[in-house]
Ligand binder design. Structure first.
Ligand SMILES: [Zn+2]
Length: 698
């Protein structure tokens, strides 16, 4: 008896993407569809009304949790989950297998099923194909899932094969247990990362009369590329005329990639779990609303968003709620994030119907890669089992090569991600800026270094050591005084690194602890001072003396977006007000370089670091990069770079209108740096002068 009447409305050409509909007992579903996760018969901090306002049409509920509490009897009493939670649209229930198999110590397993003890009251339960279906019938979901044995996709072959065979036997038992219930039932293809096992599993499962098929066992340990390949291989083996569901996936870009590979249905905790950590998905990147940067911002989370949160509340208010740990903050951010996901799914569907999916895919892929990041932590919140060295939002990571770094848990971002932090600090900031030669050049005027993003004090301590070595080698006589000014809004990374100082040799020094206690440290020679300005860099920079050098090392665009925007660089340029300053950063992004040029800086290619073939150097005037007695300064980006920029997909900052894009492009093209490298015609010098005047006026 066909239950879902799945019908394909359109298929994209040269892509697996498709738009379809299916019917459930609680209404029609348009695919591709994203299903918010309602673990305990509620989506975290949302009501059914706010879910509908966000665009939710199908919810996922967890059989395991509902089996333990409130239990099958309550659902039977209320006639199912729809009336119980006041949701009249479709519900999909998982089988409970995923949760059981992630509890390695609390169960015993055999052919019959998994015996486990409730974490709530210690009672014993058997989860078998029959009891799982029994519970899902009591819940009364529209779509049930067959019980499968989940194993990590990185499992070895014999384990993967045994789990797959068991899953096939359980699939048959699940169908028998379903009987003539009108509820739909999906089968799950397993086989870990082995292509031949996946093929065997697909053949076995699709030979059974399921109403749809899920690709199981992905998103539990493999890389993004493997996951995409496995998804493509798996969907190719599934029948065209049934819905395809990729369980537990994922970030916006994961979903886009999977739609491209033929998947119709998704669920994931990310939109609501990130909301609880204060993170908002926006058209311009992820915002971390805990940041003081948003304290006074009188604008919505995302000006391009029409969700109830963005229509009614400011960033300042959401920031306040998140800082105060008010549940309304989680509600508002959750609603916004769900809206972001559902809008994306509608856009995907519309583009498939309009025959323009591939264009949409190409355009959004790049933008969303920036929005997403690879947030492994959000994807597997409970999968980390090693004992972690943690403080606040940070943890210590140790590379196989032996050096340690600090990682921000909420963003997944690692400070100095690509190489040994101490080595990177020395090459990128100390040697490249010729700090040693600049100090040895002598003179009474203090050399000021801005250390933007103190982090674990790696860059600042590299500067301290450089000065101390110069003092040891030359005495105080000919040296120019050095003042390091560090900017940092969160001192937890430094506290954490000091707590585990055995792993951070650069901190074996009196200065870092003094910084935490007094925000200031001075060398006995009187020639070296180090000051900490705690708070937002944008607010604090006006308090600092004008710098000769800037070591610009905040988190990347996806985490600290505002620090990489053209307006930010323009504000820095204004504060430098005509002095000679050299600016060093690890980023090589075309967008960052364009933003620096737009702001008025000259921009050059910096030294390679680890696997990066170059970094970026900027300056207020080319002379700022020249140091007496040192080899030639780095070469400025030339007209070839300009031509590449003209063709780039990331040519403009997000959110510019066509007029603003024109103005932005004119300003880059007219930058004196590019007119220097060719014969200067009268007209061009006029426009250059005009540009400079216009810039000074802003
Ligand atoms: Zn919004």
């Amino acid at each position: 008896m066909p239950r879902l009447h799945f019908a394909i409305a359109a298929e994209a050409s040269a892509s697996g993407a498709r738009a379809a509909t299916f019917e459930t007992r609680h209404g029609q579903v348009l695919t591709p569809v994203f299903m918010p996760v309602g673990t305990q018969a509620t989506v975290k901090c949302q009501t059914v009304d706010t879910l509908r306002d966000s665009g939710s049409t199908v919810l996922l509920a967890n059989t395991y949790h509902l089996m333990l509490r409130p239990g099958a009897g309550v659902f039977q009493q209320f006639g199912g989950i729809h009336r119980f939670m006041n949701w009249d649209q479709p519900v999909l229930t998982d089988s409970g297998g995923y949760q059981i198999f992630s509890l390695p110590h609390a169960r015993t397993m055999d052919e019959k099923g998994a015996l486990f003890q409730s974490y709530i009251d210690g009672r014993w339960f058997l989860l078998s194909p029959e009891t799982s279906i029994g519970m899902q019938k009591a819940i009364g979901s529209d779509i049930m899932m067959a019980l499968d044995q989940c194993i990590p996709s990185t499992a070895d072959r014999s384990l993967a094969e045994a789990a797959m065979e068991l899953t096939h036997r359980w699939a048959v038992r699940s169908l028998v247990a379903r009987g003539d219930s009108p509820q739909a039932l999906f089968g799950i293809v397993q086989g870990a990362a082995f292509a031949d096992l996946r093929a065997r599993s697909a053949a076995a499962i699709t030979s059974l009369p399921f109403d749809g098929f899920a690709v199981g066992g992905l998103a539990v340990g493999e890389t993004k590329e493997q996951r995409e390949d496995l998804t493509a291989a798996a969907t190719a083996l599934l029948p065209r005329d049934r819905p395809r569901y990729l369980m537990g996936v994922g970030t916006p870009v994961d979903i886009l990639e999977a739609v491209h590979r033929g998947v119709d249905m998704f669920d994931c905790i990310i939109p609501t779990s990130l909301a609880q950590r204060g993170t908002a998905y926006t058209s311009q990147g992820r915002l971390h609303m805990r940041r003081g940067f948003y304290r006074l911002q009188d604008q919505p989370l995302d000006p391009a968003c029409g969700c109830p949160t963005c229509r009614s509340y400011t960033r300042a208010y959401v920031h306040h709620l998140i800082k105060a740990e008010e549940t309304l903050g989680w509600h508002l951010l959750g609603q916004h994030n769900l809206y972001f996901y559902h809008r994306m799914m509608r856009e995907i569907r519309d583009s498939v119907l309009a025959g323009s999916f591939l264009a949409y895919y190409g355009e959004k892929r790049e933008a969303w890669a920036r929005v997403d990041g690879d947030d492994a932590e959000a994807r597997h919140p409970k999968s980390r089992q090693t004992r972690r060295m943690l403080l606040g939002d940070y943890e210590v990571l140790t590379a196989p090569q032996g050096y340690s770094s600090i990682r921000q848990c909420s963003s997944g971002e690692v400070m100095h991600a690509v190489s040994n932090p101490v080595e990177e600090a020395r090459l990128l900031y100390i040697e490249q800026s010729r700090l040693d030669a600049r100090m040895r050049a002598g003179g009474a005027e203090t050399l000021v270094v801005w250390d933007v993003g103190l982090g674990a004090a790696t860059n600042a301590m590299a500067a301290v050591r450089c000065m101390e070595q110069a003092l040891a080698a030359h005495g105080s006589g000919p040296l120019r005084p050095l003042h390091i000014v560090s900017f940092e809004r969160d001192l937890d990374p430094l506290r954490l690194a000091i707590r585990h100082a055995a792993r951070f040799p650069h901190l074996h020094h009196a200065a870092p602890s003094a910084m935490l206690r007094h925000a200031h440290w001075e060398h006995a020679s009187g020639l070296l001072r180090w000051t900490l300005l705690e708070g937002d860099f944008m607010e604090r920079m006006a308090l600092a003396p004008r710098p000769d050098l800037i070591f610009y090392d905040p988190f990347s665009f996806k985490t600290d977006g505002p620090l990489w925007l053209p307006e930010t660089f323009a504000r820095i340029f204004r504060v430098l007000s005509g002095g000679q300053t050299a600016f060093y950063t690890y980023s090589t992004s075309t967008a960052v370089r364009a933003a620096l040029l737009w702001a008025g800086f000259h921009v050059a290619r910096g030294v390679p670091i680890g696997p990066k073939t170059e970094t970026t150097v900027a300056c207020t005037q080319p002379a700022s990069l020249q140091v007496a007695g040192c080899p030639a300064a780095p070469s400025l980006l030339d007209r070839q770079w300009l031509e590449r920029w003209e063709r780039s997909g990331a040519k403009f900052p997000a959110g510019l209108s066509p007029d603003e894009q024109d103005a932005f492009a004119s300003r880059i093209r007219a930058h004196p740096q590019f007119s220097l490298s060719r014969a200067v015609e009268p007209q061009q010098s006029r426009s250059t002068k005009h540009w400079l005047l216009a810039f000074v006026a802003t």
